[in-house]
Ligand binder design. Structure first.
Ligand SMILES: [Zn+2]
Ligand SMILES: [Zn+2]
Length: 495
């Protein structure tokens, strides 16, 4: 029932032990063997849709890829251009946090020359498929790791050709309901604060609601949209448009992204959505200051956040087309021994940094406002490309790893829940020390993000600051804390 992935002859040789050792002693002695011998071979294998080679070709930085696409010389004197080795548990950082069975094997592929600045590597984990359980759900075949395995969850077959496919939307629903039933963090979430304004989603119309005036109960369920704001918005809430929006407007006239987010909300059984552009009066400084300070509560109390991770602006769709193979884990027959490591049988090939890569590619990743939105939101569905990612206080999941992303350490780790939780576990000076160290990390990451308005710099992180204030009770001065004011004043920007 398991379908093997397409491999080029070089990758086939790698899995069958037919490849040659590297030529340079330093590589040979470290157990490396030859993979593709030139960029031309590498590209040809990628074009043939070899599972390993096409995935790696896509990772080559663009200047190299463009150069290599033009290159016709097959005989360049670049020995050991791509090489690989099979190793056992290469990465201690992974094993620190993930309980991995010791027989896990990692396949490491490096390419280009010996200069570490011009060399990239890809790590795969090889999991014996006897640990997999194949089940049929409707007409879909799902392969997941057996429940007794700590390393759980991955699907290999039949993904939809868009993140809007029914298969993907069903999965979001499963993630939400699993979180509601099984994750304490969601069950304990407070619901005592609803945003000032919400958009009510009707069948064909949307309407702006003033929650206090319209008896929206404290249990009102709403989703929040996190997206990249355009320089010139086509629609926004102004003092003059408020009465018009309250009367109701056609959904089809909204920017595509807003329509798509509403479709997802309705699919999840949620009738209200919070959208910054339509729920904060954009030409009122008072409203802006008041609402931006309350944003912590908006995200913390939302049913979930829809992050338009791959949408350039509101006119772009929330959903992305893709080739279903882009999110498959590979399956290969192996029959080789590398050094003293036997690699025999049928293996699932799991690329280790897939989450990080898809997350980093998100257009929201470097947007200042979205930085705190992501940390504050208890549950976020990232509509990324090529797949959907789920992030809540308990678990990370994506469509490839539908039950659990196995390498959480490689994904972003700062969560609002962990900031709050620390209160209970620590006390006094120690607690403050830890909190302020974390704060320094947060500010460092935040400083890499871009903001359209320089004036927003402190506002867009104020929700996090208020969370740290609650935790430490220290005095906050524009991004730094009294506790170690002198240290903080020594900041400098990285070159
Ligand atoms: Zn290949
Ligand atoms: Zn959860």
């Amino acid at each position: 029932m398991i379908k093997l992935s397409k491999l080029c002859s070089t990758c086939g040789d790698m899995f069958n032990g037919n490849s040659l050792p590297c030529q340079r002693d330093i590589l040979k002695n470290a157990g490396y063997r030859l993979h593709q011998t030139s960029p031309t071979h590498f590209r040809a294998a990628a074009l043939q849709k070899c599972f390993i080679c096409s995935q790696n070709w896509a990772k080559v930085p663009e200047p190299y890829r463009l150069r290599w696409e033009k290159e016709e010389d097959n005989t360049r004197n670049d020995v050991d251009f791509m090489r690989y080795r099979f190793v056992r548990n290469t990465h201690e950082t992974v094993t620190e946090t993930v309980t991995e069975p010791t027989e896990f094997l990692a396949l490491e592929i490096l390419w280009n020359n010996m200069d570490p600045l011009k060399s990239w590597s890809t790590f795969y984990h090889l999991v014996p498929t006897q640990r997999l359980e194949i089940t049929a759900v409707d007409d879909q075949l799902i392969a997941s790791f057996r429940s007794d395995q700590t390393f759980s969850g991955s699907s290999f077959l039949n993904h939809g050709s868009s993140t809007s496919s029914l298969r993907s939307l069903q999965l979001i629903k499963e993630w939400c309901s699993d979180c509601e039933k099984n994750h304490d963090a969601y069950r304990m979430k407070s619901t005592d604060d609803v945003p000032t304004r919400l958009i009510e989603i009707g069948t064909t119309e949307w309407r702006l609601c003033h929650t206090a005036k319209e008896a929206c109960t404290e249990r009102v369920k709403f989703v929040a949209l996190s997206y990249r704001w355009p320089k010139v918005p086509s629609i926004r809430l102004l003092k003059s448009t408020e009465p018009i929006f309250r009367r109701g407007q056609q959904i089809f006239a909204l920017p595509q992204l807003f329509q798509d987010a509403m479709e997802v909300a309705v699919y999840l059984g949620v009738r209200y959505i919070w959208l910054g552009a339509l729920c904060i009066i954009q030409d009122s400084l008072d409203d802006w200051s008041y609402e931006s300070a309350r944003m912590t509560n908006v995200y913390a109390n939302s049913y979930c956040t829809i992050a338009a991770a791959a949408s350039a602006d509101p006119n772009d769709s929330l959903f992305k087309e893709r080739s279903p193979e882009d999110i498959l884990s590979g399956i290969a027959e192996c029959n080789t021994t590398q050094g003293n490591v036997p690699v025999i049988g049928t293996f699932a090939i799991l690329e280790r940094d897939s989450w990080h890569r898809e997350f980093e590619a998100s257009v929201l990743q470097l947007r200042g406002w979205c930085f705190q939105e992501r940390i504050l939101a208890p549950r976020t569905i990232h509509f990324a490309t090529p797949q959907l990612l789920w992030e809540c206080d308990a678990i990370l999941q994506n469509e490839t790893f539908r039950n659990k992303f196995p390498y959480p350490r490689l994904a972003p780790t700062i969560r609002a829940s962990s900031i709050r939780q620390s209160d209970q576990n620590e006390s006094g000076i120690l607690a403050s020390g830890i909190a302020f160290k974390e704060w320094a990390n947060i500010v460092e990451s935040y400083s890499r993000c871009a903001l359209t308005e320089a004036n927003d710099k402190l506002v867009a992180i104020s929700g996090l600051a208020s969370l740290y204030h609650k935790r430490t009770n220290d005095t906050y001065f524009a991004g730094i804390w009294q506790y170690n004011l002198l240290d903080y004043l020594l900041w400098m920007s990285a070159p």
